[in-house]
Write a protein that binds this ligand. Structure first.
Ligand code: IVH
Length: 704
């Protein structure tokens, strides 16, 4: 039997399992080779794995994995590049999907600033590449850094110097000038690159973005220098002096300094002009010769940008208006139910694999029972009221270019005998009852920690990137440890080393995909994370409604675990001063407060938490904002009418200066800022001896 037919004789299930194994083996081998300079495989063995992977992928193209070595964009250079802390964070942009979203974005800016006049914007293409920050000191390029997680990126200076449209030096008297923009690749260059790669048996890139990213993150800058990378400048990072008063003046200044800027950048006077320019850009999209995925709108005045500031990870003064997603039609083979960490039952469509926008999609979310049935939570029809049935032909797209979703049913192709889907009434994982509360879209398993699916999902969440982020202990490993009985709850992770002992270590090493080095490394990685920031810990607990942002707000408000824990426990009655205090934290509403209180008053959950805490060294979290300002750490209450800015702007400014804003006066209040019409809060502050300030006095205090 030839190698090929031997491969074809493999069952699909065998092929799938082997491809998973190969992905893991080759990732380890690549990391050892590239990042640690310590190969774990001989060249011949590595080539054999590579050939096997390639043959299997050719025989079963729909089984190609996202983490396959054949589609990997270089190895994440965990140690290959040095880390760079961005002095000004590199943020992401909020999205708008239609004209209505754009209008409400503009309206929210007007509300925030308390104005009704039109606001001027710039509109320019959103380039589908990767962002790069170029730091010039006295005109010399001294540092080029990737975005990374927005706070810390990678030093790719040597590589960036090889890009023709990145000037090595610029004529300026500005000491520090950080120019930010997008690195991308033209379609024709991308195709030529792939041809050369194919000829020399090297990796083929899936799209120009991956090719640009892979090229910029080469450990050898000689390779980068041969790659046709381009750069458009579009914004500023740290600067010792601005280049103008507006975004458009900044762009013109970039051009004068020798940077390329996008020729489709335009000043727009109002929403209608934004939408008109969006259409123009959309029309020219096929002829641009490079990929764009939307249009970015930015408030033109830098003064206004400054006043608007940031929310979480994105500026209030800019938004990305995305182009509609590409769609494809395929067959719905099955509907399966996944049980999440909070017990939510999520229906998933198993699809006949289909390419959507360059990526093979075989699963898609179906949201919930109502979505399948063809109506929204209020009983109003969606898709014209058509339900989704197994066997249907459906239209799929990737929402936000990532998450596969089912959009529509091609009713004309519905097979005879297709039956409406019946949503389960018992949990498919633990057979506990499923309940759906009035007014909720989601049905939940009532098994709690009895349900193995909920438990393991909670553990996966616990080790996820925004939570404990333990290197080498991802979702897959946690699942394996759970199945083998080694880890049943978070505390177990921290006792693994002592419980496993040397015999256990042997067992761990025998588990698929673990070598001697990785087991030891894992224990060290776990030890590293005994020290954990309070916000990460709160988020890691996986309490419903408490996301990353909520966890950060709580951590900044309480600063240490004990205070946080005591405050939530004290609020247990959903009433009284402790409950009010929890609700008054800016950004925490009654839903999150109730969820926290209920979680920590659940006996089983609080025991799990109590067993975890002693293993940790919980780091105090500093309040948000500028810790050097005169109001850092102070608690401020605003009351009455503010005359120089809206309440939202006043709050945002206080927070950015490191102050906490509260809704009610208490013994913790440092300043009450009272405008005309102030009533009971002013009375209360006076009798409690809290310092009261007029709006002018407040502005004088903060120096504006
Ligand atoms: S401005 C504070 N302008 O989009 C806002 N970003 O989702 C800074 N991008 O990470 C970004 N084209 O990589 C801006 N014309 C453009 C852009 C653009 C592409 C990318 C950029 C950023 C991401 C945000």
């Amino acid at each position: 039997m030839s190698a090929k037919s031997k491969l074809n004789a493999r069952s699909e299930a065998e092929a799938k399992a082997r491809l998973e194994e190969l992905a893991s083996l080759m990732l380890q081998a690549d990391e050892a080779y590239h990042n640690r300079d310590a190969p774990v495989l001989s060249d011949a063995d590595y080539d054999a794995l590579k050939a096997e992977n390639q043959q299997l992928e050719q025989a079963f193209p729909h089984l190609v994995r996202e983490d396959s070595a054949s589609s990997r964009v270089g190895i994440a250079p965990s140690s290959g590049f040095s880390k760079v802390k961005h002095s000004v964070s590199m943020l992401s942009l909020g999205n708008a999907f239609d004209a209505e979203d754009v209008a409400s974005f503009v309206a929210s800016i007007q509300r925030f600033l308390g104005v009704s006049d039109d606001i001027e914007f710039t509109a320019e293409p959103k380039i589908d590449g990767l962002s790069l920050a170029l730091r010039y000191e006295n005109g010399q390029l001294v540092l080029a850094a990737t975005r990374g997680d927005g706070k810390t990126g990678e030093d790719v200076t040597a590589n960036a110097r090889t890009i023709k449209s990145v000037p090595q030096r610029i004529e300026t008297d500005i000491d520090i000038l950080e120019v930010r923009g997008e690195v991308y690749m033209h379609h024709k260059d991308f195709e030529a690159l792939n041809e050369t790669q194919a000829k020399s048996g090297q990796k083929i890139f899936a799209n120009p973005r991956n090719a640009a990213a892979g090229s910029l993150r080469q450990l050898d800058s000689k390779i980068t220098s041969k790659r046709p990378l381009m750069f458009f400048a579009y914004s500023l990072g740290e600067i010792s002096r601005p280049l103008g008063e507006t975004q458009s003046e900044t762009i013109s200044a970039f051009e004068a300094l020798g940077f390329s800027t996008n020729p489709l950048t335009k000043i727009c006077a109002n929403v209608d002009e934004l939408i008109a320019h969006y259409s123009d850009i959309q029309n020219s999209r096929p002829d641009l010769g490079y990929d764009i995925d939307g249009v970015v709108y930015k408030v033109n005045s830098l003064k206004l940008q400054d006043r608007l500031g940031f929310r979480n990870n994105s500026p209030r003064w800019a938004i990305a208006h995305k182009f509609p997603a590409e769609t494809a039609v395929t067959e719905l083979e099955a509907i399966e139910i996944q049980v999440g960490r909070t017990g939510a039952l999520s229906p998933v469509a198993r699809l006949k694999p289909v390419t959507v926008g360059g990526v093979v999609v075989s699963n898609a979310t179906l949201h919930n029972e109502d979505y399948i049935a063809g109506h929204d939570g209020n009983g109003a029809p969606i898709r014209g009221g058509v339900d989704i049935r197994v066997g249907d032909w459906v239209t799929v797209y990737r929402a936000g270019d990532v998450i596969p979703k089912v959009k529509d049913v091609v009713l004309a192709r519905r097979p005879e005998g297709a039956k409406p889907y019946v949503f389960p009434s018992i949990c498919p994982e633990c057979q506990s009852a499923v309940v759906r509360l009035d007014g909720e879209a989601v049905a939940r398993c009532t098994g709690g920690l009895v349900c193995p699916a909920q438990t393991v999902e909670k553990l996966k969440h616990f080790v996820s990137r925004a939570a404990f982020d333990i290197e080498g202990l991802g979702a897959k490993q946690v699942q394996a440890f759970f199945q083998d009985g080694w880890v049943k709850e978070p505390a177990d992770i921290f006792t693994l080393r002592s419980r496993l002992g040397s015999g256990g270590l042997q067992q761990l090493q025998n588990m698929e995909g673990w070598g001697e080095v990785s087991a030891e490394k894992l224990f060290d990685a776990i030890d590293d994370k005994r020290k954990i920031e309070l916000n990460r810990l709160i988020f890691a607990l996986g309490i419903r409604h408490v996301g990353e942002v909520g966890a950060l707000l709580l951590a900044q408000s309480y600063e240490n675990w004990q205070d946080f824990h005591d405050a939530v426990v004290a609020a247990g009655g959903h009433d009284g001063p402790a409950w009010d205090a929890l609700n008054e934290i800016d950004g925490i509403g009654p839903t999150m407060a109730a969820s926290l209180v209920d979680a920590l008053s659940d006996a089983q959950f609080s025991q799990v938490v109590d067993r975890l805490i002693p293993h940790l060294d919980i780091l105090v979290v500093e309040s948000a904002g500028d810790q050097q300002s005169v109001v850092a750490g102070k608690t401020i209450v605003f009351t009455g009418t503010l005359e120089q800015m809206t309440r939202a702007e006043a709050k945002a400014r206080a927070t950015s200066l490191g102050a906490k804003v509260s809704g009610s006066v208490s013994s913790k209040t440092d300043y009450l800022v009272a405008g005309p019409g102030a009533g009971s809060k002013l009375e209360k502050a006076k009798s409690a001896g809290v310092a009261t300030l007029s709006e002018d006095e407040w502005l004088e205090l903060i120096g504006r």
